[in-house]
Design a protein around this ligand. Structure first.
Ligand code: ADP
Length: 189
């Protein structure tokens, strides 16, 4: 019997759109979605488990993996590397597992390129740029400079919103969640 190949659900959104809020809810559902486990060079924190929260590796090991072209996407943030392993995703998807990813635009593009048949990208869009600005200001987690960088990036990212497979507008959180949940459920059934 041929095994069913899984789906790779990628959630992508400009910062401040509500991606974390929506993903938190999605992960609580018993939807048969596995989370992708990334590789990182940042030190393990108390309460974290290697192979569950991340695969924790040294900078040397990570750089070797980059040289061997083992990542679908990787990036450097605050001096630490993070990346998604091709092998990890391939193994899961070939076993029929559905994975959910929280990626930026570049990561989403890379995932679609590597897995054109399995990857489905859902773009979460704010109702307007003005609302996005208000939400980011309201969250109060950024300095003034960081906020303006995020808003500049968001403007560029919003221009790409029609390039993805599905768009969900996060107007009202409960409504947007219901739409997203329904969509993901349909995609993996
Ligand atoms: P992201 O992960 O996309 O950066 P967050 O989930 O942190 O965004 O949401 C940004 C801010 O907007 C948070 O303060 C969050 O509570 C708020 N927020 C999210 N969705 C909505 C919504 N539909 N309506 C109003 N506020 C929202």
């Amino acid at each position: 019997m041929e095994e069913k190949v899984g789906k790779l659900i990628v959630i992508v959104a400009p910062s401040g759109t509500g991606k974390s809020s929506l993903m938190r809810r999605l992960k609580e559902e018993d939807l048969l979605l596995d989370e992708s486990i990334s590789y990182t060079t940042r030190p393990i924190r108390p309460g974290e488990t290697d192979g569950k929260d991340y695969f924790f590796v040294s900078q040397d090991e990570f750089k070797k993996m980059i040289d061997n072209d083992e990542f679908i996407e990787w990036f450097l943030v605050h001096g630490d590397y993070k990346g998604t392993s091709k092998k990890f995703v391939e193994k899961k998807v070939n076993k029929g597992h559905n994975l959910i990813f929280d990626l930026d635009i570049q990561g989403t593009d890379a995932m679609k390129k590597f897995f054109p048949h399995q990857a489905v990208a859902i773009f979460i869009k704010p109702p307007s740029f003005e609302v996005l600005k208000q939400r980011l200001e309201g969250r109060g987690t950024e300095s003034k400079e960081a906020l303006s960088i995020r808003l500049e990036n968001a403007k560029k990212e919003l221009e790409r919103s029609d390039d993805f497979d599905h768009v969900v507008v996060n107007d009202d959180l409960d409504r947007a969640y219901e739409e997203l949940y329904g969509l993901v459920k349909k995609l993996i059934s």
